[in-house]
Design a protein around this ligand. Sequence first.
Ligand code: SF4
Length: 230
Amino acid sequence: DELAELEARVSVCRACSRLVEWREDVAVGKRKSFADQPYWGRPIPGWGAAEPRILIVGLAPAANGGNRTGRVFTGDRSGDWLFASLHRVGLASQSTSEHAGDGLHLIGTRMIAAVRCAPPANKPTPEERDTCAPWYRRELELTLPSTRSIVCLGKFAYDALLVALLALGADVPRPRPKFGHAVEYRIATPYGEVTVLGCFHPSQQNTFTGKLTEQMTDAVLTRAKDLSTD
Ligand code: SF4
């Protein structure tokens, strides 16, 4: 099918020389605690339901998370937080996401990173974001027809989504609503109407400091789930 074809094509992309070098260096160097494990070290495709009702969008995979396991948000602390919440609200079959063969599946939900390769310091450049954008737009084109709600994890993911939706001809409000936790608004797209939701990124910077609590995460995901049955 078309999503599988997209996955196959994106997984061999080498368009950004800085990111190719970084993803491969990390995969060869390896963090000490993962020294005995194989690293994926390639672009991370979207993962989850083929006809999702809910999309969860991030910015880019983590060097020792997705870049190691080959599955988005899998094998790092942000993922631990996120999947525990997804499980509590009924969108994931189990509460942990450790490696691509752990049997976990998402329920009516798909996860996508706007930039598919792990960037140094978790920050892709605007040029890298734009170079990866056609992959993102294509995945949105294929999944928006079934999607009712989109959860953006962090401001960068939110901005990247709005840029992609605008390029796809969506009616993004002007001025663009500011990112915030639990902000919510509807956008008409050529593929149907979706509700965009903001969620603070589940990084340790936010979860350790209490800026993002479990209750706050659960509340946004529950809202996304409720909207998905409209
Ligand atoms: Fe290709 Fe995107 Fe990775 Fe750049 S970030 S190499 S465009 S998959």
